[in-house]
Design a protein around this ligand. Structure first.
Ligand SMILES: N[C@@H](CCC(=O)N[C@@H](CS)C(=O)NCC(=O)O)C(=O)O
Length: 345
């Protein structure tokens, strides 16, 4: 075989795709190397935790369930047309960013707080917030503690590599109190340490504390979520910098989920909505206009997402509502919450 430059390039691109690394987009491609690679393998690689009820946790059949898992499914429906084409890649609080930087995953959907440091230093970008959260504390009811301000000298179980660590340190400094962090990476081990009394409190995002408490069944009554929420933790979906088209796809898929909720388009009624006269709905579903094409996708991208995964409210009701967590600031802006979809036009 004669060696030629084009062949060598194709070979290198193929190798890069098969290894899953990001590479520059080819002229024939969609303009997104990540999308091209996902299409070639007919699957997206989605970094999740896999251990947090309500966010990502396998059910008794081994199917990954949760808001983060459904976020991955929505991106798969948009990118490759099929919500089932997701490889869920478990990541830890410590290795999650390396997994994304190295190309082991196409996106991170993993209770990760959007901060300047992470966006500025790591070569990564937050595409959207799927849960507005804050750091909280869980204690044993038997401790009698009813406020974080009464926890001077406490030992606190926390996962390393989290924004929780910094939030607690700030809170204690501001309140002129002392605490001892007990850093444990493995979540079940950390939760076990808390339940067995090795630490006075377990601290992380309040959502995860609430869903953990709920997962304790009748024993939930022995645990108390303290009233203080000591930091802002907007949990976002992350991609690598440098593939703007992929960033657009991830961001606008989320905006499509919010828009669908705003407009009352659901998995059940999306087919009948195809004949809606509402111009926003017609553009959303690809009946009019070329919004999909602008993203390098089929114009039915958002239809596929809504048909297969539902709108954001449906994702919430399926995963978070059963855990007894109210929608509050995570509601649509029209209902007093923070989720506001920029116009899809
Ligand atoms: N949002 C914080 C905390 C993230 C975090 O600790 N998440 C926990 C609970 S929400 C988690 O995913 N634990 C499961 C695991 O480590 O697999 C951050 O981005 O640092």
């Amino acid at each position: 075989m004669r060696w030629n430059g084009a062949g060598a390039l194709a070979l290198m691109a193929g190798l890069a795709v098969s290894l899953g690394f990001a590479q520059p987009a080819t002229a024939q491609g969609s303009g997104s190397a990540t999308l091209d690679a996902a299409k070639t393998r007919a699957q997206i690689l989605c970094g999740i935790s896999g251990q947090v009820p309500g966010f990502s946790l396998p059910d008794s059949q081994g199917v990954m369930r949760g808001l983060d898992a459904d976020t991955c499914r929505a991106i798969a429906a948009a990118a490759v047309g099929d919500a089932t084409k997701v490889k869920f890649v478990p990541t830890t609080t410590q290795n999650r960013f390396t997994a994304l930087q190295s190309g082991e995953v196409d996106l991170l959907s993993r209770t990760t707080t959007w901060t300047l440091g992470r966006e500025g230093n790591l070569g990564l970008l937050f595409a959207w917030v799927n849960y507005y959260d804050g750091t909280g504390f869980l204690v044993k009811k038997s401790s009698g503690v009813d406020s974080a301000k009464k926890m001077d000298g406490a030992t606190i179980c926390v996962q390393p590599g989290t924004s929780t660590e910094l939030a607690i340190a700030d809170f204690y400094r501001v309140n002129k109190m002392k605490f001892t962090p007990i850093l444990i990476q493995d979540l079940p081990e950390l939760q076990g340490a808390f339940l067995s009394g090795r630490c006075d409190a377990y601290s992380t995002d309040a959502s995860a504390l609430a869903t953990f408490r709920f997962s304790q069944g009748p024993k939930a009554a022995d645990l108390v979520l303290l009233p203080e929420i000591i930091s802002k933790e907007p949990l976002g979906v992350m991609v690598r910098k440098g593939d703007d088209k992929w960033f657009d796809i991830v961001r606008w898929t989320f905006i499509a989920l919010i828009t669908a909720e705003e407009k009352g388009v659901t998995a059940a009624n999306v087919d009948s909505m195809l004949t809606s006269t509402d111009p926003d709905i017609r553009r959303l579903l690809g009946v009019d206009g070329d919004l999909g094409k602008a993203l390098g996708l089929d114009n039915k991208w958002a239809y596929n997402v809504i048909k297969q995964v539902g709108n954001f409210g449906e994702m919430w009701d399926r995963n978070i509502t059963p855990m007894g967590v109210p929608r509050s600031i995570n509601n649509l802006w029209t209902k007093g919450g923070l989720q506001y979809a920029p116009p899809m036009r």
